[in-house]
Design a protein around this ligand. Sequence first.
Ligand code: AMP
Length: 427
Amino acid sequence: MNILLLGSGGREHALAWKIAASPLADRLFCAPGNAGIAQEAECVALDLADHQAVIAFCRANKVDFVVVGPEGPLVAGIVDDLEAAGIKAFGPTRAAARLEGSKGFTKDLCRANNIPTAAYERFAAPDAAKAYVRSRGAPIVVKADGLAAGKGVVVATTVAEAEAAIDMIAAQAELGTQLVVEEFLAGEEASFFVLSDGEHALPLATAQDHKRVLDGDQGPNTGGMGAYSPAPVMTPQMSERALAEIVRPTIAAMKKLGAPFRGVLYAGLMITADGPKLIEYNVRFGDPETQVLMLRLMSDLVPALVAARDGMLKSFDLRWYGDAALTVVMAAKGYPGTYLKGTRIDGLPEAATVEGVEIFHAGTAADGDRVLANGGRVLNVSALGQTVGEAQTRAYAAIDKIRWPEGFCRRDIGWQAVAREKAPAGG
Ligand code: AMP
């Protein structure tokens, strides 16, 4: 098969690394890709917003299968357009991608199908949202309805903060005018991934990520500063509850709506005292969770993606390594605010020699033999180990060989899991 992967981040590097290892892959293209992905795939400069250009490239290069990484093109309907042109594509249609594209759509779907989630109301005007906030009190959570790359959610600890968040969102036209205000959920977060073919759900491994920029889970939210798998909080019983109470009812409801969900359904969960509750859906692989999932996946990924596209997941199975995996994001200083681009990164070959380590590029560009930072999140230094603790030690050993003065990372990725591993048995 000739395969085209769309995207340019660490998620796509991990997917390219896994797809390139498949005996089914003849040629692998990636658009637009990055300096690391170029080691696995032929990178091509396509504008993902230009669906006709992507289709023309597929025709000219006999692409049999397209794998879509990021949510933007999915919400914009790239899978609809590819399939209409006779090109098989992995990912949800525009109608199914509403599970990520509209928080209000997802909340209403939960309410209609008794899927556990935070209590909420939707608002079209800031004043009504503020009145609701005052009637409920803090802590309370304010969200923009549409895609906001992680910037449209404010967990407010006071009413004043919630009101300011409503004004902030209302002032940003690109976030849309719709707001969701919801109950604050206390608990531990976990990411739960399934492949869906529109009818059946095949669970992938579990993961936990760190969204805050600073050690100790402090500071502003980011796209994710690190992740590890498995997630200790997702015991087999908890995974079964998430499937039975949240994921399967969602897949059934989408089918009933005439918008069957095919692709990766990524449920962001809060594990509360009452069990798992849905925080949000994403309709694609997580970033950086995919980096740890791909390290742990023993089976070939390509047949699983094709089976999801073809509606053939019913008796499909995937095998996973028992090892743990952990990834640390190295970001440009200043991220998630403003940061410099084009700074030079050295020491990557030495870092890659550390046992169990795989370095995925999230935002790099090549300048001859040199690697330059080309984004906020720049590298995902990832490692396998017998425990999360061992994977963590290996990842930081590799990081200490990387010379990049303009970069930084958190030093505590995986702390909850490592603390659990160190706790005396039964404690
Ligand atoms: P989202 O973009 O919806 O995943 O929200 C980003 C982050 O905000 C989540 O990962 C949570 O840490 C936090 N969050 C969102 N909704 C809630 C909620 N209802 N209760 C507590 N925390 C929340």
